[in-house]
Design a protein around this ligand. Sequence first.
Ligand code: GLN
Ligand code: ZN
Length: 751
Amino acid sequence: MPYVIGYPRIGEKRELKFALEKYWRGEIGFEELESVAKELRARHWQYQKEAGIEYISCNDFSYYDQMIDMIVLLGCEPDEYKDLSGIDRYFAMARGDARHKALPMTKWLNTNYHYFVPQLHKKSSFSPNTSKIVQEYKEAKALGIEPKVNLIGPVTFLSFSRTIDGIDPLDLIEKILPIYRQILEELAQNGVKVVQFDEPALVKDPTQKQLEALKVYDQLAVAGLELCVVTYFEHALEAVEILLDMPISGIGLDLVYGKNNIEAIERFAKSDKKLIAGIVDGRNIWISDIDEKVKFLRSLPIDKEQVIVSTSCSLLHVPYTLRYEEKLDSNIKSWLAFANEKLDELRIIDKLYRGKELGKDSRLYEANKAANATRKTSLQIHNEAVQERLQNLTQEQKERSMPATKRLRIQHELLSYPILPTTTIGSFPQTPEVRKVRKDFKDGVISEAEYKAKMREFIDYCIKVQEDVGLDILVHGEFERNDMVEYFGQMLEGVAFSENGWVQSYGSRCVKPPIIFGDVSRPAPMTVEWITYAQSRTDKIVKGMLTGPVTMLNWSFVRDDLEREKVYKQMALAIADEVADLQEAGIKIIQVDEAAFKEGYPLRQENRAEYERVAVESFKIATAPAKPQTQIHTHMCYSDFNDIMPTIDAMDAEVISIETARNGNRLLEAFKNYDYQKEVGAGVYDIHSPRVPSKEELIKEIENRLQVLPAKQLWINPDCGLKTRKWEEVIPSLKNMVEATKDVRSRIIKL
Ligand code: GLN
Ligand code: ZN
């Protein structure tokens, strides 16, 4: 009987998002928010029950984040929130308020979900608070459902925490063990029968200490309670060794993304543990090949009775349902499975695996077979021209011919920018007016001509501002873009968009990732018109602005019927076409953003070199058309570069701009230690804050950067794009940045 690790909670029409936002604006009270939440939980349980799922979760619901829920459950709210209680304290930790900062946020392993980081210390106190779980458990029971209770396991909870006194959070394991025990006892007393512990921290090259800590499960056995430990996103071979000896009943392994997990399965067969076999992809949106999945399950060296068919991870990472997709091409739709469609797959796979009658499910099964068959041959997916082009890449299409240092010499002469050149990362304020123009055009309220005229006005203003403040290298401002990935996705062949495919990113924030379903190509120029228009309005150089292939894929749902390497490279070729066209149109500097380069790194060390190879090769393909005279920039958002310098170097961009304002010189030092020879744009102020940095402050920041890299290698820019800021903030900030640079420059030149 099928198992679902967890189910999304934001609501198929984002009901929770809208209710939360109303509550925060004071438009509804907490009771109303609670009733929306309750309705959603009931609906979600019902869906799973109707789909024949046996292991349905409770406590996978959260008002904001399951890690914050764990902080409350364990009673370890940081002291600074102790003046608050209940839901006020909860939202203060999540979002901050006038007197409190929010907890820091970071990515949940390699997904685009962000969790909040518990702040602990040696003397952190803990006390269990099971009321949320007990309430949700009772709600489910009242609907005739016996749910498992989802908890984040102690090893993952601590591994994903930070301490304010610098101790290793895992040192607190003995301290939280009795709290977990007490929680389990209380749950058992309330009738709970199964508890699922999520321990995904163990898939990330676990340390000896983490593996040692895992042995606390030995002390978590509570009479009448069945415990399962689930892992996902990668293999967990080291952890399985230990878990097999623990008093738990089931272990969850990801058999989609953790191929090596297969090696552990024989060991299961010799134990009494259930294998929670994660075979339906919980984080991508393609239909399963049901026949393949069944065949795979049958091939496992383990008795059927020991296997529970499961999702590979929580369905939190995929949208709800295809039911509301009315505009999506019907073929593409037939190749997709969102959360609810995955529930059906689980049921059918389970039935076939166990040799049961399909009954009414035969229709869905036949549809699955047919969709998989068309997916293999459809001309919507398979574009021979694209495939051939990739197959026959010439050396010139793979990389630039001249070494970067030599290119830089040519460019310095040709582009003649001053020492410490000033620039920005690309976007300028996306004001309500800008958004409205885009929306009006999309809704057909204004014509294309009107839209373009408006966009040109925005560009004119942006160019004028940049000239007035005295920046050296200008940009057009990106007003035509809603999002740096979606904008390009919408113009590429092989990429589709759902209407309602929202996925929670954090709290009430959702994203709707592009769907890369087929061979990718660029039918027509995407940015040339805007950028050449901007260039026509100024004598200064306007930098063209594109999103790189690695980031395009890392923020999309990527097809699973072609090696990822090929998809990266097809995307790279599409971008290369744009680079060529921009260059042809006279654009002298082109920036290819790779904001998501670092976050796409694999969880396991053993897979990093391959990711780096493919990412570097793809970036180089995307930028290969640039002649020695054309300068390529790239930009990466907050990333630690220490362990990836050879890779950054290999990308072969003349200039990389990075975020350094919030971390001083720490990130820049990697470039010095590596003896980096190309140029670096070091962010000198934080764009996340509305604060305008003063000239004096910026002089200090610039001087600081000069402690690390020589002036001839440095560019001066803000940390990232300015789209979330207001003009009133941007203009004085940039003015101060330029003035500060001139000040520092004059002293360098005198020397
Ligand atoms: N060019 C983009 C911008 O300025 C880069 C954004 C990003 O790195 N996240 O908005
Ligand atoms: Zn950035």
